[in-house]
Ligand binder design. Structure first.
Ligand code: PLP
Length: 292
């Protein structure tokens, strides 16, 4: 089972990079599929294989109203003919509340809107509540459950494959971190001369380092950078918005303020502060997330 397109590596030039003698390239995971967002494909891949192997009936997962994982799961469900179910946090929402939910519903995902309490209960127990079971007329054995954000062991195994597309000459592999599963997967396959740099897009996430060490069997070949959350998940500022806009004008591909905008913004700051020594070869993983 595979997707059509292999991601490409492109070099990007900016005056700052030349001045500091740091070479920067981008791994365009955003180009692998029009709807299944970059890293989310790698997270889903082995989950989908297991779903078929175990002959389950429904592929069930969890997410907030703006979740790229929900969007990607719905798109993958359509692509592979899988019945997907999305448990969405927020009983006040519906299928028309935003473009993510509209897209998911139009791709055939069945959405259930749960109160904060119900959501937490289901997410933490991995079991659906009775009202959903009776509506689906199904039992637990029919369900293939994937956690919020899709970050399980199969996802980490899938993200490890991202490294296949990174030429060995790159010493620094940078990506945006939410749960950290993408970075954890990447870190399991790096050579000794390579290091992963994760930009945390969440605020004050002290747990992130521990979470990654849990997911990557304790490998210490990564470094997390904090201070570029711009106020927290999905928060932005005028400076970040205009950075994304200017970036698009200069490089003709899009980044967005939730993940990849913060990533490139932080990268620029790190290069300014001489975080990378001269002649370093840096590759940035574009994990997607641009839909409009
Ligand atoms: C989900 C997502 C991430 C974060 O991935 P994690 O594995 O949770 O760290 C990064 N970039 C984009 C575009 C995403 O959608």
């Amino acid at each position: 089972m595979d997707i059509a397109k292999v991601p490409t590596v492109i070099a990007i030039n900016e005056k700052l990079f030349t001045e500091k003698e740091v070479s920067v390239s981008v791994l365009r995971l955003d180009l692998i599929h029009p709807f299944i967002c970059g890293n989310k494909w790698f997270k889903l891949k082995y989950n989908i294989e297991d779903f078929f192997r175990l002959k389950k009936k429904y592929f069930v997962t969890f997410g907030g109203a703006y979740s790229n994982h929900i969007r990607a799961t719905a798109a993958a469900g359509q692509e592979f003919g899988i019945k997907t179910i999305g448990i969405i946090r927020g009983e006040e929402l519906n299928e028309n509340s935003n473009t993510t939910l509209k897209f998911a519903a139009q791709s055939g995902m069945k959405l259930f809107f749960a109160s904060r309490d119900e959501y937490r209960q289901m997410r933490d127990s991995g079991l659906l509540i009775d009202r959903i079971f009776s509506e689906l007329r199904t039992t637990n054995t029919d369900l293939f459950m994937v956690p919020e954000g899709g970050s399980n062991a199969l996802a980490i195994m899938g993200c490890a494959e991202i490294v296949k597309y990174i030429p060995e000459e790159f010493e620094f592999i940078c990506c945006a971190c939410g749960t950290g599963a993408t970075l954890a997967g990447i870190s399991t396959k790096l050579n000794d001369n390579q290091k992963a740099i994760g930009i945390s897009i969440l605020q004050g996430e002290d747990f992130l380092e521990k979470a990654i060490l849990n997911m990557n069997s304790g490998r210490k070949n990564f470094q997390l950078i904090h201070g570029y959350s711009f106020g927290g998940y999905a928060k932005s500022t005028a400076a970040l918005d205009s950075f994304c806009e200017t970036f698009f004008q200069n490089h003709q591909f899009k980044i967005e303020p939730v993940y990849t905008g913060k990533l490139f913004y932080a990268l620029n700051e790190l290069i300014k502060k001489d975080f990378f020594i001269k002649n370093s070869k840096v590759i940035v993983v574009h994990t997607g997330g641009v839909f409009e």
